[in-house]
Design a protein around this ligand. Structure first.
Ligand SMILES: NC(=O)C1=CN([C@@H]2O[C@H](COP(=O)(O)OP(=O)(O)OC[C@H]3O[C@@H](n4cnc5c(N)ncnc54)[C@H](O)[C@@H]3O)[C@@H](O)[C@H]2O)C=CC1
Ligand SMILES: O=C(CO)COP(=O)(O)O
Length: 337
């Protein structure tokens, strides 16, 4: 299968997925709002700020003009940070109204919108009306761009309420090192994807403070329990949290130095301030904003999320991390399930 695909967002994940789609034989246009980055991608086939020591395919073309990137595309993949999804989708809508191409939409972003608490597929559906597009699919799972760049084995899930669309996305992305499953639980996949970043901030902080493997396994397991509780309150399928988008992504993000969220937590644990961590990362740390959105959502919906609450207090209320950990440990004993 070969298609014209536009990838919007040329950070680590967008650029590596664009390269994979190119390798799979598609005609890929990669859009970035940064003209310098577009120049580097087209002239040197590198994207050094985001992915070191990697040469992109020469047939992959980058654009800073959105209309040029979208022209003729039958699939559009959104991979910008969650806070940019609404504005990029709104600009895309204006172009699609002219082009009348009705592409299918896919996204690979992991977050919840501040203030509205919308999932990314909900933002896309709101901004790009049904008459301008086909179905929406989310691609998610344990998948650091750095490993995919090395063509290391990676398994993800493509979730859509439209099974044909999910199967189509599966076929577009699958290859010898990238295996894609389908899933119909868009809500569960998006909630799991967004909230695992909160837990990765936590396991990173434990690492920075010098805690060991038991502590990190405990945080990931109980973290997943509270993510599943929030998911259930929205009608998510509980099985999703045992799958690639759930436990799979908690493991990869909650244990890896490739994760920006884990590294940010690690630095916080070692004593840096949140401001210092955000300033030096130079890439998106989705978990910081998602902690606030998830904390507010948990209060609004009456879902108990003690780990999210503790991390919220550390990030937004200046609570000492060691005190937050000891308060969690000293909660009244309870049944596991
Ligand atoms: N890096 C990874 O391994 C993975 C990332 N993701 C998700 O993919 C999304 C994007 O992440 P990365 O590519 O890693 O981020 P990144 O920080 O590496 O790059 C983000 C890109 O978005 C662009 N951008 C930022 N604000 C923008 C705006 N207002 N309008 C247009 N473009 C804007 C930046 O210029 C940059 O090219 C996030 O939601 C992340 O959670 C998901 C799976 C893996
Ligand atoms: O989602 C990811 C891996 O599945 C990437 O995580 P980070 O954004 O923490 O790097």
């Amino acid at each position: 299968m070969s298609e014209k695909i536009a990838v919007l967002g040329a950070g680590s994940w967008g650029s590596i997925l664009a390269n994979l789609l190119d390798e799979n034989g598609n005609e890929v246009s990669l859009w970035s709002y940064n003209p310098e980055q577009v120049k580097e991608l087209n002239e040197k086939h590198t994207n050094t700020h985001y992915i070191k020591d990697f040469t992109y395919s020469e047939t992959l073309k980058a654009y800073s003009d959105l209309k040029q990137a979208l022209e003729g595309a039958t699939t559009i993949l959104f991979v910008v940070p969650t806070k940019a999804v609404r504005s990029v989708a709104s600009d895309t809508k204006a172009v699609l109204a002219e082009l009348k191409t009705k592409p299918q939409l896919v996204h690979a972003s992991k977050g919840i919108e501040q203030g509205t608490y919308k999932r990314v597929s909900e933002i896309l559906a709101e901004e790009i009306p049904a008459e301008l597009r086909r179905s929406i699919t989310v691609l998610s799972g344990p998948s650091h761009a750095e490993d995919v760049a090395k063509r290391d084995i990676t398994l993800v899930t493509a979730a859509s309420t439209d099974l044909d669309a999910a199967k189509h996305v599966q076929q577009l992305f699958m290859n010898r090192y990238f295996r894609v499953y389908t899933n119909s639980d868009v809500i569960g996949v998006e909630i799991a994807a967004a909230l695992k970043n909160i837990i990765a901030l936590g396991t990173g902080a434990l690492n920075g403070l010098g805690y060991g493997d038991n502590a990190k396994a405990a945080l990931m397991t109980r973290g997943l329990a509270e993510i599943s509780r929030l998911g259930a309150s929205f009608g998510a399928n509980p099985q999703t949290f045992t799958g690639l988008a759930g436990v799979g992504d908690i493991i990869v993000t909650g244990t890896s130095q490739n994760s920006r969220n884990y590294r940010a937590g690690d630095e916080l644990g070692k004593g840096q301030t949140l401001e210092e961590v955000v300033d030096t990362m130079g890439m998106v740390i989705e978990g910081v904003a998602t902690t606030k959105a998830a904390y507010e959502l948990s209060k609004q919906r009456g879902v108990e999320m003690p780990i999210t609450e503790a991390i919220y207090q550390v990030l937004y209320e200046g609570k000492d991390i060691r005190k937050a950990i000891s308060d969690l440990m000293m909660r009244e004993g309870r049944s596991e399930f």
